[in-house]
Ligand binder design. Structure first.
Ligand code: B12
Length: 592
């Protein structure tokens, strides 16, 4: 389909201010280079190519990364990389070396002081200078700048960061200050550029069911910076968009209070966009929601067209909506699907929108939902699991030890102290995580306190234990480096008495096969967070079949985009939605 691009940044701003422009704008802030190149039929080498892509695809703006990215694998074409600055022991920012889980840049005061912090002078702004000169009439530049919370925890590594919130909050505060200031200085530099029309601040605060950490930390350390950003945007008349993955309802009012005009990407697996519009649509424009977990990646162009139709039909009327993916247009989005998203926006997005209900809601890919799962909590006279819940959540090892001693002295069998006290307590704590009452750091801390308590009474508690024992090998599949969820699953499994061997991230199928052959685990657990890496799970299952080992082990799979239906399709034995359910399902597998 050919069409006149007709860029008009006013269109973007009208939509951002919750109005109805002539048509629904496109709202993505990042499209993978390979897709842009295919669209243009040539490689992207200069800023002119970026402009050309945005112009021809139908955007009203050209997005460009700015400031500190701390992005391990990010788009190499970004012009805003650090110059010759080391960000980790083994690489520099120009190679985008990621501060990995156990290979981090700043985990102590000593490292904080020793580290050569960049300043805004170290960032390149030449692309904005070029955009000042080159942008076609009607187009503006959108710097993608923010990443304060995300940079802090990537600098420390997730595990260390979650720990430090409890044990070294001053260091966390210092990092927020340093990085917040750096990003703010960068923003001030951008005020010199006439091409800039809006800012997108991308800072992922959440996963599919809730915030990664308690909102009090975000309110104390992150939002004050975005308040300052908001002030600059207001003075400049710039639009201001917040990007965060996941379910962020809890902080929506904070986002509005910072002066953000829009929220991207309203991830369908996490938030219902129609409900979100009802609640906040009078104060925030919504951008996104075209499903990267399924429709955009696994669907056909016709599925994408239907989904865009449905979004525009339900969220477009009244204004305040832009079509975009539910994260970014990644390299594993089929080219034709990307084009279908752009084309359908032009096809259906003309205001006034009066699209009839074609019943697409039932045929487009569904949002993944939590399976029905209830924690079973058995009680025993004289032993109250709630006491263990309290001491684990308080990270109070001495009191946990005292509690065990008291229960043993009162005649409770050691195996009951473990299975009906501590293991039950971890199940209850898992339930609190599921319901959003506690966050990842609290869950990790509780699991560690339990593990230390068990360690203290090792011989006593584990001798002739009636707790299900079994061995699990677990890893995140090839091509995928997400491991926060995997680590949480491991803690929960260990908290339920299982022994786990963690193979780490990006695990090749041959490594899984080798581990099953050599270690003979009862269960193999695989995690995947990307739609593109989910398929690796099937590769592993096939490799096990070819090695004659498929029947030697039960297989459980999980991760944000994985569904029960997918698990069944690839021949896994079980699927679980989250860590508490994973423990339950593993125990069921062991009893089969
Ligand atoms: C943190 C994060 C990152 C971090 C990862 C750091 C780390 N150490 O893990 C960084 C910034 C590096 C990152 C990078 C990327 N990410 Co990312 N990321 C996230 C984010 C925001 C949170 C994930 C998380 O940690 N959740 C917290 C834990 C507790 O939840 P969880 O992982 O879902 O795990 C729970 C369950 O799923 C389950 N579970 C997990 N594993 C298993 C295994 C088994 C066996 C079982 C039973 C259960 C189970 O139990 C867990 C605990 O309850 C999600 C958003 C989201 N909604 O999930 C995006 C998300 C996963 N990322 C996404 C994308 C696109 C990317 C990038 C491609 C971005 C880019 N454009 O470059 C890269 C890819 C990197 C790579 N090659 O892997 C998309 C994936 C979409 C898709 N379906 O393909 C998501 C969903 C965001 C979105 N809006 O769509 N990301």
């Amino acid at each position: 389909m050919t069409r006149e691009p007709n860029p008009d940044f006013d269109r973007y701003m009208i939509a951002l201010h919750r109005g109805e422009p002539d048509r629904v704008p496109l709202g993505d802030w990042h499209v993978d280079t390979s897709l842009k190149a295919r669209f243009l039929g040539r490689n992207l080498e200069r800023i002119e190519d970026e402009i050309d892509f945005c112009y021809r695809a139908g955007f009203d703006y050209v997005p460009q990364f700015a400031g500190l990215l701390t992005w391990p694998h990010g788009p190499a074409q970004s012009a805003s990389v650090l110059r010759d600055r080391k960000v980790s022991a083994d690489g520099d920012q120009s190679e985008r070396v990621w501060a990995g889980e156990r290979d981090n840049v700043v985990t102590s005061w000593e490292q904080f002081k020793k580290y050569t912090w960049p300043t805004a002078d170290d960032f390149k702004f030449s692309q904005f200078k070029a955009l000042d000169r080159l942008l076609p009439k009607g187009m503006k530049a959108i710097p993608v700048l923010g990443r304060i919370f995300t940079s802090v925890w990537l600098y420390m590594g997730a595990d260390n960061f979650f720990d430090a919130l409890g044990s070294n909050e001053e260091l966390v505060a210092a990092l927020f200050d340093k990085i917040g200031n750096l990003q703010y200085e960068t923003l001030l530099r951008l005020t010199e550029h006439s091409s800039v029309g809006a800012i997108v601040s991308n800072d992922d605060c959440a996963h599919n069911t809730g915030l990664l950490i308690h909102p009090k930390y975000l309110r104390k350390y992150m939002f004050p910076w975005y308040q300052k950003f908001g002030e600059v945007c207001r003075q400049k008349g710039w639009g201001f968009v917040f990007h965060s993955d996941g379910e962020i309802s809890e902080i929506m009012d904070d986002i509005i209070a910072c002066g953000f005009d829009g929220f991207h990407p309203v991830q369908p697996n996490a938030m219902d966009i129609v409900e979100t519009k009802k609640k906040w649509g009078d104060r925030l424009c919504l951008l996104g929601n075209i499903n990267l977990d399924s429709t955009l990646t696994l669907g056909t162009p016709e599925d994408v067209r239907s989904e865009v139709y449905e979004r525009i039909r339900t969220v477009g009327p009244g204004g305040g909506y832009m079509v975009a993916s539910s994260n970014s247009v990644t390299n594993y989005v089929p080219f034709e699907n990307m084009k279908a998203m752009f084309n359908a926006t032009f096809e259906f997005g003309k205001y006034p929108i009066q699209l009839p209900d074609r019943g697409y809601a039932d045929t487009t890919f569904k949002t993944r939902s939590r399976t029905e799962f209830q924690q079973k909590v058995e009680s025993l006279p004289g032993l109250n699991a709630a006491d263990y819940v309290r001491v684990f959540l308080d990270d109070n090892l001495p009191e946990a030890i005292e509690l065990v001693e008291r229960h043993i002295a009162a005649g409770v069998k050691p195996s009951d102290v473990l299975s009906k006290g501590m293991v039950q307590a971890m199940a209850i704590i898992g339930g609190k995580f599921q319901s959003g009452e506690i966050y990842i750091p609290e869950m990790i801390m509780a699991a560690r306190t339990m593990s230390s308590t068990v360690g203290h009474f090792k011989d006593l508690l584990t001798a002739k234990s009636e707790v299900v024992s079994g061995r699990v090998v677990m890893g995140t599949v090839k091509g995928d480096l997400h491991d926060i969820g995997k680590n949480l699953v491991i803690m929960m499994l260990e908290g339920q008495g299982l022994t786990v061997h963690d193979l780490g991230i990006g695990v090749h199928e041959s490594r899984f096969v080798e581990a099953v052959r050599d270690e003979k685990p009862d269960v193999l657990a695989m995690s995947a967070l990307l739609t593109s890496t989910m398929t690796e799970m099937k590769v592993v299952i096939d490799a096990l079949t070819n090695a004659g080992l498929r029947d030697a082990v039960k297989i459980i799979v999980g991760g944000a985009p994985v569904t029960a239906e997918f698990a069944a399709r690839i021949g896994a034995d079980a699927y679980a939605f989250d860590a508490p359910e994973a423990a339950q399902k593993c125990k069921e597998l062991l009893s089969k």
